[in-house]
Ligand binder design. Structure first.
Ligand code: GTP
Ligand code: MG
Length: 359
């Protein structure tokens, strides 16, 4: 198609004319009438902003294949999240490939002898988790809820449970520090049960594993439990076509500039592509896997570090692939404008609220 009217676009995307006009305005285009025609480029950008792909070749078809599970570790302060990740990391692909020296890129992959693998998000990052959930696109498939056996259920344990629940993500419980003399895993089970978690040994389907991250006990059982959970979920993703990915972590490296660790949700990300990440844009100068090796592609559930962005994105930002630098810049500009508009509106609302409260 060479172009389409707003009416056509509304039909294809399911969005209202007003919503379309708003997005167009953010992209710097004023379209007065629903009978006016807009270019294909513009229509695609608008559709992309709505999360709809209107290009015929990418309408969700393509090869769907099994993919690894993406697991996030959560739990109360000091209950052993970092220790657990460190222990798991030692059995990870990254550790093997880099000769035990793992780079910190916010995620790593544990490979089992069966050939299956699990991607762990390194950040316990409730912030990233919430941000992604707010976009309706959580990349986490399973939450490992770490509870220290000597301390029991604590406020952040409950917080993690509620995050997982509202995101509809299944939980696998890891009762940690079972090596300690004051450990009471039974008490933890009872506490969790009374908080409404339906544990396996109480007739529910939430798996519980007793571990010691420090003494490296029960880690194989935990991995088994995660694979079992993943298997039941029958995780699949489209592997062809443009990638859809999400940022887990971003930082600036003095020599390499902004670096974003992202996880591909669907499609394949290819080095050299033009991308928009949140409100930032750039061209992928290099992709690195968790071992720090340069790779040309990233497939679903694969964590990668992206180099080549012009600015620093935020955890939870989406990565979209566009066809040209021109489009990348345009979409980024549109999103920045929208962010600014939202920011001002928020200030406005807060001030109104304050004024009302002062009355
Ligand atoms: P925050 O990141 O601060 O929320 O803590 P965390 O959950 O990452 O806990 P971390 O792994 O830092 O562990 C906290 C303390 O508990 C450290 O002193 C660990 O050595 C200790 N610890 C962690 N796991 C175990 C365990 O299995 N057994 C024992 N005995 N100590 C542990
Ligand atoms: Mg920690």
């Amino acid at each position: 198609f060479d172009g389409m009217t707003l009416i056509d676009l509304a039909k294809r995307t399911g969005a209202s004319i007003v919503a379309l006009q708003d997005i167009l305005a953010d992209l710097g285009e004023k379209v007065e009438s629903e009978f006016n025609s807009i270019s294909v480029d513009l229509a695609e950008l608008v559709a992309m902003e709505l999360g709809v792909n209107i290009r015929r070749m990418h309408t969700g078809e393509g090869t769907v294949e099994p993919r690894p599970a993406v697991v996030t570790v959560m739990g109360h302060v000091d209950h052993g999240k970092t220790s657990l990740l460190d222990s798991l990391r030692q059995t990870s692909v990254a550790a093997k490939e880099a000769g035990g020296i793992t780079q910190h890129i916010g995620a790593f992959v544990v490979e089992m002898t069966s050939g299956a693998s699990i991607t762990f998000l390194d950040t316990p990052g409730h912030a990233a988790f919430s941000a992604m959930r707010a976009r309706g696109a959580a990349v986490t498939d399973i939450v490992v809820l770490v509870v220290a056996a000597d301390d029991g259920v604590m406020p952040q344990t409950l917080e993690a449970m509620s995050h997982a629940k509202s995101a509809n993500v299944p939980v696998v419980v890891a009762i940690n520090k079972c090596d300690k003399s004051g450990a009471d895993p039974e008490r933890v089970r009872i506490q969790l049960g009374s908080e409404g978690l339906l544990l396996e040994d109480m007739g529910g389907d939430v798996q519980v594993v007793e571990i010691s991250a420090l003494a490296k006990l029960g880690l194989d059982k935990l991995e088994e439990a995660l694979f079992l959970q993943a298997e039941m979920m029958d995780l699949k993703a489209r592997i062809d076509g443009p990638a859809q990915a999400f940022v887990v972590e971003a930082r600036v490296d003095r020599g390499r500039g902004p670096l974003a660790t992202a996880i591909v949700k669907a499609g394949t990300l290819v080095s050299g592509q033009h991308i928009v990440v949140g409100a930032e844009w750039g061209r992928i100068r290099s992709l690195r896997d968790t071992a720090g090796n340069i790779t040309e592609f990233a497939k679903p559930a694969m964590p990668i570090e992206i180099e080549g962005l012009r600015g620093l994105p935020m955890a939870g930002d989406d990565v979209v692939v566009v066809d040209s630098e021109e489009r990348a810049r345009m979409l980024s500009q549109g999103r920045k404008k929208k962010q600014e508009k939202d920011r001002l509106q928020k200030i406005d609302e807060d001030m109104t609220e304050e004024a009302e409260m002062a009355e």
